[in-house]
Design a protein around this ligand. Structure first.
Ligand SMILES: [Zn+2]
Ligand SMILES: [Zn+2]
Length: 180
């Protein structure tokens, strides 16, 4: 993949100058990210906004920043379409490949050429955002009645069946935990 021009980092000067920081802001069209699953691609609203900086350190490059992407899906309870902005933090470490050094240490990517393409970093962030838990239109969404199918947010039917969807109750607890 050729990668996006805005996300192409020329590494020579950076690697020569520890402490140098360059910014690589980019609004990325999701269709440029080579996401092959078209159903996933359709769940991205608009462009993904990448705000990345590359900092040169004594032994490589560190990529910091975040990717903001709006994903859409049907509410998992009432099936209304919902959109949710998702923020993915980026923290990547790159080191120069040297002769005889073919394997990168854990968590580090080797720089194989004088250009570093950040497009895969943005693609992975968008895929991570899409892999999040199923969306809810509202934490208190009442969902569809399992008996008559009415939307209980709009209609109060007289069905009496009590059905709990156990698959998602564990997820609900997870979502209620504070982030990090
Ligand atoms: Zn809902
Ligand atoms: Zn009902």
């Amino acid at each position: 993949m050729a990668g996006l021009r805005e996300l192409r980092v020329h590494t020579v000067e950076l690697l020569r100058t520890p402490g140098l920081v360059r910014a690589y802001p980019a609004d990325v069209n999701p269709s440029d990210l080579e996401i092959t699953d078209s159903a996933l691609l359709e769940r991205v609203v608009g462009t993904a906004c990448a705000d990345l900086t590359v900092e040169s350190t004594v032994d490589g490059l560190v990529v910091h920043g975040h990717v903001e992407v709006v994903t859409t899906d049907d509410c998992r309870r009432c099936l209304k379409p919902v959109a949710e902005p998702i923020h993915v933090d980026i923290d990547e470490v790159y080191q120069q490949a040297t002769p005889g050094r073919t394997e990168a240490p854990e968590g580090i990517t080797l720089l194989e050429s004088e250009a570093l393409d950040l497009t895969p970093v943005v693609r992975d962030a968008v895929l991570l955002a899409l892999a999040g838990p199923p969306l809810l239109c509202d934490p208190n969404c009442a969902g569809l009645c399992p008996v008559c199918g009415e939307d209980r947010n709009e209609v109060s039917c007289t069905c009496t069946s009590e059905v709990t969807d156990l698959r998602w109750s564990a997820l609900d607890q997870l979502r209620d935990l504070p982030a990090e």
